[in-house]
Design a protein around this ligand. Structure first.
Ligand SMILES: Cc1cc2nc3c(=O)[nH]c(=O)nc-3n(C[C@H](O)[C@H](O)[C@H](O)COP(=O)(O)OP(=O)(O)OC[C@H]3O[C@@H](n4cnc5c(N)ncnc54)[C@H](O)[C@@H]3O)c2cc1C
Length: 299
């Protein structure tokens, strides 16, 4: 069976694309390696998505999944390993089976970067985290640190400050690059100590758990957890063979979100763009989907 379009990733960009494709009668399949909703499942509070004065990420994720179910959009849990394009036929190779289709929308998002320190990988889940909503409650009443200077780091620091005893907010530069309202809120929070011009230089473990960190090679902080928000890596390794990514791994697309390979599109956080937000991710998915719909119907 050949699908009109396979959408890889069930975050907001992929689901937005799928809604339009299904409503226009295309034969569509969604593939997701984890749970529907993607990054949404890790966001505490959203107050900038039209239609919702305030909603939690998991609640919005659930609403999106309801649309998938209501519209009977087919989906499967599968990890996409590779895409092979031969004579205009596209094969999506996954851990469960291989699917064939005319068009593909890559909606695979991006993940947090690591600091690149010794012991870091083995301490993930044992004191190191990139998800305050998932792990914050484990550190109730404890002292923790957050690393980063952008919106994600500051949003997460604020969320954690309401749970833990104290947050050290560590940033390597002398100013934050987050939005002004977030910076103002951080400065007002009494249990957040800001450490600017500071780098985490060492992770010290005791019995396989994070015990201390060293800042700037000279200052030790006794903390129970370290939450890191130091940039992102796009989930695009599985399309490396197609030669459609830039040097940072972001997928390169034109104004219709099509890559240089005809029929392969990319949307959302996995592409290089100015604004990485829910509404822009949804927009990308819709534009790519409509482009495929028009081409399919005009044939
Ligand atoms: C802490 C934080 C707070 C944020 N707060 C806001 C906010 O308040 N407002 C706002 O507008 N935006 C916010 N954002 C940004 C917003 O969450 C993202 O821009 C948006 O969710 C991206 O959606 P996406 O569909 O592109 O990717 P994702 O939601 O990341 O979805 C990608 C999906 O692809 C799947 N996938 C990846 N690789 C594969 C594979 N090989 N095979 C199968 N499936 C795969 C993943 O499992 C995932 O489910 C925030 C981001 C963060 C990190």
């Amino acid at each position: 069976m050949e699908f009109d379009v396979i959408i890889i990733g069930m975050g907001i960009s992929g689901i937005s694309a799928a809604i339009y494709a299904k409503n226009s009668g295309l034969h569509v399949l969604m593939l997701e390696k984890d749970v529907p909703g993607g990054l949404l499942n890790r966001i505490n509070k959203i107050n900038n998505y039209p239609g919702y004065a305030e909603i939690s990420g998991p609640d919005l994720s659930y609403q999106l999944f309801e649309s998938v179910q209501k519209l009977n959009i087919p989906y499967k849990k599968a990890v996409v390993k590779e895409i092979i394009v031969k004579n205009n036929v596209k094969k999506v190779i996954t851990d469960i089976e291989t699917f064939t289709c005319k068009n593909i929308i890559l909606a695979t998002g991006r993940v947090n970067n690591r600091l690149g320190l010794e012991n870091e990988e083995e301490l993930v889940g044992k004191g190191i985290s990139t998800c305050a909503l998932c792990d914050g409650n484990l550190y109730k009443g404890k002292e923790i640190a957050v690393v980063g200077g952008g919106n994600s780091a500051l949003e997460e620091a604020l969320y954690l400050a309401n749970i833990v005893k104290k947050v050290y907010l560590i940033h390597r530069r002398d100013t934050f690059k987050a939005e002004k309202n977030l910076i103002d809120e951080i400065k007002r929070k009494e249990n957040i100590e800001i450490l600017l011009n500071s780098n985490v230089t060492k992770l010290i473990k005791v019995e396989d758990k994070l015990d201390k960190i060293v800042i700037n090679n000279n200052k030790e902080l006794n903390i129970s957890a370290l939450f890191t928000y130091v940039g992102f890596v796009p989930n695009s390794r599985f399309v490396k063979n197609l030669n459609i990514v830039d040097e940072e791994g972001y997928i390169e697309v034109d104004s219709c979100y099509e890559t240089k390979i005809k029929g392969i599109y990319a949307v959302g956080d996995s592409i290089k763009k100015e604004i990485y937000q829910l509404i822009t991710a949804a927009n990308d998915g819709v534009v790519a989907s409509i482009s495929i719909i028009k081409k399919t119907k005009n044939k």
